[in-house]
Ligand binder design. Structure first.
Ligand code: GLC
Length: 572
């Protein structure tokens, strides 16, 4: 089922604010999770028309681009990361015409649009997989995915010991047409997400068409899902995890916080063969005008390895998950900033910075967790070390102010500009993350960071949509965090983000560099970026600010004293 090409190139409006430097090197890119951003038709599920209607608020916020999590045809077993048609919009989100309107409106507002590409696996409902199931063993259709005979006398054991990221076995056995048990297929994620065989040239050809479909429509680029997983080690060997457990983040973690559990040595992550795919895609993108980009979701360790994804002939950006995983701790932050700048600049790429997304505990909660929390496990009522919300918000504001002062490109996740915390008390019956089901509730999963946004504190569903419906319940305590309760209110988190984004642009911080300042305690991150001095105090003892006009403070200051968990920007 080839993607039909769209012939009218949709980017009639191109960007007047280009200065000769590629936009993505310094851009602040805002992640929209379509299910939860804004609901135009009142069915409780966000949609593309809802996003279009709210774009002016993002223009006011001051971001450069949006990244849309998947809105394609999908049975929604993994919130759309299970794609059944790569070239159409799921009816719950709207139509291709709605996408075109969204994109045109964004471009008119000077906002670029990045779509999510999910190439590691499709949905099991995709016609390609359905054809594979219907075809005999050894057929061309089966060869699009990874089918193998089982082990054991009657093939009753999975082909190897790989585990799904969401918990449980990574293989599912199929039933033949005559009712007998058949081969097994690989799914690194949910059973409904069969992995493609990327060694198969047919798969590569289909995805070149998918890229062109969205590029022809005018998309400014792709965030590439599981960009470290598409090639598996030859022979699919068993995986023996390192005794100590691996880390996605590199630096050892000196404080309780987020700890990764995906080990870098797994025979399905970070295999060298993935790079050939991205070189091929880069040639496709380079055929198009307007600096279209590829951004890698590659949970790879250490940063010098992540940088391989952004060599000059591969992708443009890679998410900096090492930064996301770094605890709120001065020395650890200084180290990860140095490592990031060094690793990415060694290949001529900008560093990116990110604190939250739809897969991790929101940083307004995560930075105040007091016990270890594994990435992807989420938090819920029974989690040990639940955060103090006041401390969490204070740290989140300070951490965001620090992040937005760094050179390179930053990623924001919808709702962080409102200071939204993770929702910890979702009713079990409302949960949808496959992690919750595949672990029988042992891991809460990611629903707590996906709760629909509050736009208007006094409206039904806090203005998420025109009715009181929202696919995950919104906590009553969110009323004062709603956008209208913060808009124009001095000191609100929303105004802090707006100020930081405006100053970042005015002082060209994205193009700058980090020049460390001495003379501060170990838990203080202090540096100069161009004509701005940044001081982030991760400790408890107050710090005397140096001279210079105060441009921004993440909390109200008494005089020239910077309390703990606070960041300030000063003119030098
Ligand atoms: C990526 C996505 C995540 C999804 C998984 C499988 O990690 O960010 O949400 O569940 O891939 O597609």
């Amino acid at each position: 089922m080839p993607c039909k090409r769209f012939h009218a190139v949709g980017n009639a409006v191109r960007f007047s604010f280009m200065t000769g430097t590629e936009w993505w090197r310094t851009a602040v890119i805002y992640q929209i999770y379509p299910r939860s951003f804004a609901d135009a038709n009142g069915d409780g599920m966000g949609d593309l028309a809802g996003i279009t209607g709210r774009l002016p608020a993002l223009r006011e916020l001051g971001i450069d681009a949006i990244w849309l999590s998947p809105f394609y045809t999908s049975p929604q077993h993994d919130a759309g990361y299970d794609v059944a048609d790569y070239c159409d919009v799921d009816p719950i989100f709207g139509t291709l015409a709605d996408f075109d309107t969204l994109q045109r409106t964004a471009h008119e507002l000077g906002i670029r649009v990045i779509v999510d590409l999910v190439p590691n696996h499709s949905s099991s409902a995709h016609p390609w997989f359905q054809a594979a199931l219907a075809a005999p063993e050894g057929s061309a259709e089966r060869a699009h995915y990874i089918f193998r005979d089982g082990q054991g006398e009657n093939g009753e054991l999975p082909p190897n010991n790989w585990e799904s990221v969401f918990g449980g076995n990574a293989w599912t056995r199929v039933t033949n047409a005559d009712g007998t048990p058949g081969q097994w297929y690989l799914h690194l994620f949910d059973t409904t997400q069969p992995d493609f065989d990327w060694d198969n040239p047919w798969v590569r050809a289909q995805f070149r068409d998918v890229l062109r479909f969205w590029l022809d429509r005018g998309a400014d680029g792709f965030r590439v899902d599981v960009a470290h997983g598409m090639i598996k080690a030859a022979g699919l060997p068993d995986y023996t995890p390192p005794v100590e457990g691996g880390s996605m983040g590199g630096a050892s973690v000196p404080e309780p916080g987020i700890v990764a559990e995906w080990a870098e040595t797994a025979p399905y992550w970070a295999q060298g063969g993935v790079h050939e795919i991205y070189r091929d895609w880069r040639l496709v993108l380079d055929e198009y005008p307007g600096q279209r980009i590829l951004a890698a979701e590659a949970w790879v360790d250490p940063l010098s390895r992540v940088a391989e994804w952004v060599r000059p002939d591969e992708m443009h950006q890679a998410f900096n998950f090492a930064y996301l995983e770094t605890p709120w701790h001065g020395a650890a932050l200084r180290r990860v900033i140095d490592d990031s700048v060094e690793a990415f600049s060694a290949v001529g790429a900008p560093s990116t910075w990110v604190l939250s997304n739809h897969d991790v505990v929101r940083h307004a909660s995560r930075l105040a967790l007091t016990a270890e929390n594994l990435q992807g496990h989420g938090i819920g009522p029974k989690t040990a070390g639940l955060p103090d919300t006041v401390i969490g918000l204070k740290r989140a504001r300070a951490a965001s102010a620090l992040m937005l002062s760094l050179p390179g490109s930053g990623y924001l996740y919808q709702g962080e500009e409102l200071g939204l915390p993770e929702v910890v008390d979702l009713p079990d019956a409302s949960r949808e993350d496959p992690t919750w089901f595949r672990t029988n509730g042992e891991r809460y999963g990611r629903d707590g960071c996906r709760v629909p946004l509050p736009w208007e504190g006094a409206a039904p569903s806090f203005g998420f949509g025109p009715t009181s419906s929202s696919w995950l319940p919104q906590p009553a305590e969110w009323a004062p965090l709603a956008r209208d309760a913060q808009d124009g209110v001095a000191g609100s988190t929303l105004e802090l983000y707006k100020l930081a984004l405006r100053l970042r642009r005015e002082h060209a911080l994205g193009l700058g560099s980090v020049e460390w300042l001495g003379g501060f305690a170990d838990d203080v991150v202090a540096f100069r970026n161009g004509d701005v001095t940044v001081i982030a105090n991760t400790g408890t003892a107050s710090v005397e600010l140096p001279g210079g006009e105060l441009l921004l403070a993440s909390e109200p200051l008494a005089g020239r004293t910077l309390p703990g968990d606070t960041t300030a920007w000063l003119s030098t």
